[in-house]
Design a protein around this ligand. Structure first.
Ligand SMILES: CC(C)(COP(=O)(O)OP(=O)(O)OC[C@H]1O[C@@H](n2cnc3c(N)ncnc32)[C@H](O)[C@@H]1OP(=O)(O)O)[C@@H](O)C(=O)NCCC(=O)NCCS
Length: 176
């Protein structure tokens, strides 16, 4: 499959229908790892995967996977949601690694590639990320990639059974 960009350890490409079995296996293994932080039920059924892929048909959402360069295996995913064009040129990123791939630098490199691709080929100008204050791994990641903290949003999103406060972080093309 065609890579959009690559670094030393990982490459970025669009998620594809052909990723279904690998994607489902990763999510099943990582349900406990993902549930406290990710909105919605983990994607563990073919129907849920197909609905996920369907979101990327229109211009408002774009879905990517971060793949290991040595094996081609999926190490993480990144989605750009709620893309608004016109005078905003902005989107909101959601991302995750998996239990077996976290803590190895794959997401840092992959998210950097995504930011570069978003501000280059996709002609976006601003990316936002909303993160629960207790999600230290995600806060560390987003800081490393160059996002800055903009604010605090109480009861921002319903995750794992409750409305969760989130910090709002963002990066603009000028900062990248
Ligand atoms: C949030 C999340 C994506 C962060 O990913 P991550 O695995 O920490 O990020 P990386 O793959 O870049 O790994 C970086 C960590 O690995 C360490 N590391 C180990 N080997 C490394 C290497 N060869 N190169 C770079 N970093 C390495 C780094 O020191 C860093 O640890 P630190 O943050 O404690 O300093 C991941 O924890 C996750 O998926 N969590 C569950 C879902 C989630 O929270 N999503 C985000 C919702 S807002």
């Amino acid at each position: 499959m065609t890579y959009l960009a690559h670094g030393l350890q990982v490459a970025l490409r669009r998620v594809s229908r052909r990723d279904r079995s690998e994607f489902l296996a990763l999510n099943k293994e990582s349900t406990d790892f993902l549930s406290p932080w990710m909105p919605g039920a983990p994607i563990t059924t073919p129907e849920a995967f197909d609905a996920y892929i369907e979101r990327f048909v229109g211009p408002a959402h774009d879905g990517f996977v971060i793949c290991r360069l040595d094996t081609g295996a999926i190490a993480g995913r990144v989605t750009i949601n709620n893309i608004v064009r016109g005078t905003h040129q902005a989107g909101t990123v959601g991302y995750n690694a998996y239990a077996a791939t976290t803590g190895r630098g794959f997401m840092t490199e992959g998210l950097r590639l995504l930011v570069e691709y978003a501000f280059g080929e996709l002609a976006l100008h601003r990316l936002e990320a909303n993160i629960q204050p207790s999600n230290t791994a995600s806060l560390n990641l987003i800081k490393r990639v160059g996002f800055q903290r903009e604010g605090y949003s109480p009861n921002f999103q319903f995750i794992d059974g409750a409305w969760r406060d989130h910090e709002r972080w963002a990066i603009t093309a000028e900062m990248a």
